[in-house]
Design a protein around this ligand. Structure first.
Ligand SMILES: Nc1ncnc2c1ncn2[C@@H]1O[C@H](COP(=O)(O)OP(=O)(O)OP(=O)(O)O)[C@@H](O)[C@H]1O
Ligand SMILES: [Mg+2]
Length: 401
């Protein structure tokens, strides 16, 4: 997955020069979008950009407003390009949360140096959290259960994780036996005042190190969850946590789509039966149509190992996605865990289903490791997807039991 950059500005020749530097920086920016100032925040909030460069207009006030809007909805590296002869303006720009100010009279040299500096800084502090979304192909596939367990395991591997419940069912508080005092709906209701502090105060901590942002318990609050609120929540979550797990609903609602477009990896959880296959196909077709990159989507076959289920290879062929992992069917342990409000990886850590989930978390971590430079000017994203030695592929499940 190449990193994406966004250039915002109305000055065509400066935009082009910035684009050239970014594309040829050797830092792995494979896609660069260029949009006018008026298009913000539509673009900055919809897609996750690693880098945003704003070419300031002649009228500094509108430039400052744009920078403020972008910083509010995006955790990307933010650079501003402008003239360096007004020290007060430079300071005001930096006060908007801009990472560095680039003098347009020395554009190429300054921008190149700045990109390298910021990349190194960001890798070192590791603050560019990864967003992993789980969505069910059809009802009861197990996406909420898997999301809770994955969040627990990622917190164990990386000290902490965030879990955001975007579903109408809002099951996560029950699955983790937590009593949240704030929810995603409260944050969305206060979208104009939402900042890092308010976001962190809305989370409820599970003893495993998972910070849950719960879904609204009352049905009439579900409509308060907006795409803008979700984009802002995810930008803040990404800036605070190394991993953010999303429990997603069907992709048809706009706030779900906003979240799916932000995710670095989408796990489509399915059962190996015809209904699940049919709905998985519909989901994939829709995601493709709305612009969710196919290389971000992986399948997870849940409740694997039941009699008469569809052959996994045929399912992969029909869907055209790799099944990253197979989680065995274990109703007894899953029911016990659900009814106790303790994720199965904590309740029965040695069970086959828990060991399988540990492998899934390891695969997700390997896939989503922060960008490492391989010395050849191209990014290296770590282990490949369907390595049978890493994945509990069907033939290995039997060995687990
Ligand atoms: N691997 C498994 N083995 C046995 N039972 C499982 C497994 N995974 C999930 N379940 C059970 O399947 C049921 C549905 O799970 P869950 O609520 O997580 O599904 P979901 O995809 O989130 O559903 P919905 O789309 O309705 O929100 C639960 O009773 C859960 O305990
Ligand atoms: Mg669910």
């Amino acid at each position: 997955m190449a990193m994406r950059a966004l250039i915002v500005g109305d000055h065509e020749s400066l935009n082009t020069r910035v684009r050239e530097v970014v594309l040829h920086s050797g830092l792995g920016y494979g896609a660069v979008d260029v949009v006018p100032l008026a298009s913000v925040p539509v673009y900055a909030g919809c897609v996750h950009y690693e880098l945003t460069v704003v070419v300031l207009p002649r009228d500094p006030a509108s430039g400052l407003e744009t920078l403020h809007d972008i910083r509010n909805i995006s955790a990307s590296i933010l650079l501003a390009v402008g003239t360096a002869n007004d020290a007060k303006l430079v300071l005001r720009v930096l006060h908007q949360g801009v990472d560095e100010y680039i003098d347009q009279d020395d554009l190429e040299a300054e921008l190149e140096a700045s990109l390298v500096r910021l990349r190194v800084k960001r890798d070192a502090r590791g603050s560019n959290g990864r967003i992993i979304g789980l969505l069910a192909a059809s009802g009861g596939s197990g996406s909420s259960t898997l999301a809770a367990n994955l969040a627990v395991l990622l917190a164990r591997r990386h000290a902490q994780s965030a879990l955001v419940d975007l579903t109408a069912a809002a099951d996560q508080a029950v699955l983790l036996d937590l009593k949240p005092t704030h929810t995603l709906a409260d944050l969305c209701r206060n979208v104009n005042r939402m900042d890092r502090n308010m976001f962190q105060q809305s989370l409820v901590l599970h003893p495993s190190g998972v910070y849950l942002l719960a879904g609204p318990p009352a049905f009439d609050d579900i409509a308060l969850v907006t795409p803008q609120g979700v984009r802002q929540v995810l930008a803040l979550a990404r800036a605070v946590f190394p991993y953010v797990v999303l429990d997603l609903d069907r992709p048809v609602r706009p706030e779900q789509l906003a979240a799916m477009l932000q995710a670095d990896l989408l796990l489509l959880v399915l059962r190996l039966d015809l209904v699940s296959l049919h709905n998985a196909r519909r989901t994939l077709d829709y995601l493709k149509k709305v612009g969710v990159a196919e290389d971000r989507i992986q399948g997870v076959a849940n409740r694997y190992g039941q009699p008469k289920e569809l052959p996994s290879r045929k399912v992969e062929q029909a869907l055209g996605v790799t099944i990253l992992h197979y989680v065995p069917n274990d109703p007894a342990r899953m029911n016990l865990a659900t009814n106790k409000g303790v994720p199965v990886v904590l309740e029965r850590p040695r069970a086959g289903v828990s060991r399988s989930l540990v492998k899934l978390a390891a695969q997700v971590s390997a896939l989503q490791e922060p960008y490492r430079h391989n010395g050849r000017g191209t990014p290296d994203y770590g282990t490949a997807v369907a390595d049978p030695a890493q994945s509990a592929a069907p033939h290995q499940i039997n060995e687990v039991f």
